[in-house]
Design a protein around this ligand. Structure first.
Ligand SMILES: [Zn+2]
Length: 288
């Protein structure tokens, strides 16, 4: 049995709109098809990143019928006007947060998802679109509020600044974690954080030599190799790395994403059996 700790059940790559529109019309067949795909490949534990339409919430309910566990934050919180608004609720400040968080709790989230940085910028070999979108005090406040409600905290963070803020503020998991240095790796090790490095969105583009990103492939390759190097070091430091494929995003298909991620993690030099063992042990902790 396998676990994918970072998926987007509300996304379907380039076909997201058509897929989402059908679900929002009340036709849940496409959602059942996706869940079935996971089940057929024995990926029975899924951790979602949330969406603004309640699709992952519906998937949680349907998953139970399939004998699967899908955990969702319902929707993610992000800074208004910055990256991540499409995954949930954009907030301007802490008043906004308090009001929206109260609403969120009524929907019984399984964990709390916070987006505090941008994404990898393919136009450069070393840049994130937005380094850090909240003040540290705000991040700390939101994470502690979630922890008070016994919710584990999943933080989307790329850049040294964002990962430092996430870990110091008490995040349980760091999602992505691109562009980090040794300092952040040590910090994750010391704080027993689980790292979900989501290599597939970049790795798959390189493998496919995706024409859509023809002019950016060299940058993507450099970022990917640096990330793999960091993951190799994370394994050596004993950081709890696990699989999160980011399935649903461009170039990462549902269910196949898990196996893509394992293939990419093998580029750290660790053999498959050891990777499988580690990612399972680390991933299951998020479901207990
Ligand atoms: Zn994601």
């Amino acid at each position: 049995m396998y676990i994918d700790c970072h998926i987007h059940i509300a996304l379907m790559g380039e076909r997201t709109k058509e897929y989402r529109d059908r679900i929002l019309m009340g036709d849940f067949f496409p959602l059942q098809e996706v869940l079935k795909k996971y089940k057929d490949k024995n990926i029975l534990y899924l951790r979602d990143g949330g969406d603004r339409y309640g699709i992952s919430l519906k998937a949680r309910e349907l998953g139970k019928e399939f004998g699967m566990v899908l955990k969702t934050p319902v929707y993610a919180f992000s800074k208004k006007g910055k990256y991540g608004n499409f995954l949930g609720i954009p907030i301007s400040g802490m008043d906004d947060f308090n009001r929206e968080f109260k609403n969120l709790l009524k929907l019984k989230p399984d964990h709390f998802k916070l987006i505090i940085s941008g994404i990898v910028d393919f136009n450069y070999p070393d840049r994130v679109t937005e380094e850090l979108n909240f003040a540290f005090d705000e991040i700390y406040y939101m994470i502690q509020k979630a922890k008070d409600k016994n919710l584990r905290v999943m933080v989307h963070a790329n850049s040294s600044k964002a990962v430092q803020a996430a870990v110091k503020a008490g995040a349980d998991t760091v999602e992505h974690g691109y562009f980090i240095s040794k300092e952040e790796l040590y910090l994750m090790a010391e704080n027993d954080v689980i790292w979900v490095p989501t290599v597939s969105p970049l790795g798959n583009l390189i493998e496919k030599e995706d024409k859509k990103f023809k002019n950016q492939l060299e940058n993507i390759r450099r970022i990917y190799l640096k990330h793999i190097e960091n993951i190799k070091e994370a394994f050596e430091l004993g950081i709890k790395v696990t699989v999160g494929s980011d399935a649903g995003t461009y170039g990462v298909d549902h269910a196949d994403g898990f196996f893509n991620e394992i293939r990419h993690l093998k580029n750290t030099g660790l053999d498959e059996a050891k990777i499988m063992d580690k990612v399972f042990k680390n991933g299951i902790r998020l479901f207990l």
